[in-house]
Design a protein around this ligand. Structure first.
Ligand code: TXA
Ligand code: MG
Length: 363
């Protein structure tokens, strides 16, 4: 068990002595949690085998799930990847620093443990001053998975991290609440067309506007109806191994109700009543400000996708604290950043989705 220290750092103007202190821990092979614009990351030197191994241990992360390498300077891509194709260069120039992770052919120097044996490496430049100055001060790229216990919702504030990783990391930098709230978009450029392995902070629409049609990896029927997506459901295409594991899961069972607003509210009420009758504590995640659900714990998680992105993971964690048995959630439109938010919600629910649509007059 480590003694975990928490250190507040100013996110606008990171204090250089504090950054140096944190970087020193990294240089000595320690684990430092730091904020990014998406979620908090559990960082270590990408070139320190033992430190990387300790990240997997601290998170309880399966060894076949590779890590993203974070850089602070565009030219450091060269340390990690073979000559990136033009598409990759366009994406970097347009979206870095920012919530886009690019999967590229890796260089030999990149440790196998980082890429889980794959010949490609995921690289991203975060848009957060603390993260950028820490990477620079450490003098090495940092691997950083989300700073949660594997399978739990990603942390959007230092307190979430402490709940999961107290005693498992050396330092947690508290840099306030993260700006975006869900993880980066992961795009694989090693194939044609490029394929989005995980929707995230940069929307598919923005990517397609820049580089043309891209594929979207999909694992089940939940991707039906996505507007411009080429659903790349090639069997066995598990490029992002992380996607196959249970994710973002609170203790409670999660159910999503889809359909028109009125139908959804009716359906949620009837599901809630049933659960209440069975003496269950019912939590409801709503995207409508004044939704009323009697005898339930209701969390309003915002009404537009950006707001929901910021609040979803913390709403799931909040429900755990309130010890609810079942979480019933309204659904989101799979468009823009809504695609990413909806993806996280569906994973949290293990794709337990109920269609509330009733055909009026017949039902
Ligand atoms: O926003 C983010 O990306 C956050 C912050 C901390 O930067 N990080 C993050 O890391 O979400 P993590 O480890 O929780 O998720 C990384 C995702 C996983 O789904 C993993 O499978 C995928 O990226 N990934 C990493 N390396 C890969 C590779 N070489 N090929 C394909 N997928 C990869
Ligand atoms: Mg994660």
């Amino acid at each position: 068990m480590l003694k975990t220290e928490v250190l507040k750092i100013n996110k606008q103007n990171p204090e250089s002595d504090k950054i140096r202190y944190a970087a020193e821990i990294i240089k000595q092979g320690g684990l430092v949690v730091f904020p990014t614009e998406t979620v908090y990351g559990l960082g270590a030197s990408a070139f320190d085998m033992d430190a990387v191994r300790n990240i997997f241990k601290a998170k309880g992360r399966p060894a076949d799930n590779p890590l993203i390498v974070h850089i602070a300077d565009m030219k450091d891509v060269q340390l990690l990847a073979k000559r990136p194709p033009k598409t990759a260069m366009l994406l970097m120039e347009r979206f870095w620093p920012g919530p886009l992770t690019i999967v590229l052919k890796k260089r030999k120097a990149v440790l196998d443990i980082v890429t889980a044996g794959s010949d490609s490496v995921a690289v991203r430049m975060p848009d957060n001053r603390i993260a950028l100055s820490l990477i620079k001060a450490a003098g090495v790229p940092l691997v950083a998975p989300s700073a949660n216990i594997s399978g739990k919702p990603s942390p959007t504030k230092a307190r979430d991290v402490l709940e999961d990783l107290n005693g498992r990391v050396d330092l947690i930098i508290d840099g306030g609440i993260t700006k975006i709230g869900i993880e980066s978009t992961v795009i694989d450029i090693t194939n044609t067309p490029p394929t989005i392995l995980r929707p995230g902070g940069i929307t598919m629409e923005d990517i397609e506007f820049l580089i043309g049609k891209v594929g979207l990896i999909a694992f089940d029927i939940s991707c039906k109806g996505i507007p411009s997506a080429t659903v790349a459901l090639r069997s066995g295409y598990l490029k992002s191994p992380g996607l196959k594991y249970k994710h973002y899961a609170p203790h409670a069972e999660v159910v999503i109700v889809e359909g028109g607003a009125e139908d959804v509210q009716e359906k949620i009420k009837s599901l809630a009543d049933e659960a209440l009758k069975n003496n269950k504590r019912v939590g409801i995640i709503s995207f409508q400000k004044n939704a009323r659900y009697k005898d339930c714990i209701v969390i309003f998680a915002g009404s537009d996708a950006d707001a929901v992105a910021r609040r979803l993971f913390s709403a799931l964690r909040e429900m755990d604290k309130k010890k609810v048995d079942i979480i019933i959630s309204e659904s989101l439109i799979d468009k823009g950043i809504g695609l990413a938010v909806s993806d996280r919600l569906k994973r949290a629910a293990s794709y337990n989705i109920i269609d509330a649509t009733t055909i009026r007059g017949i039902a």
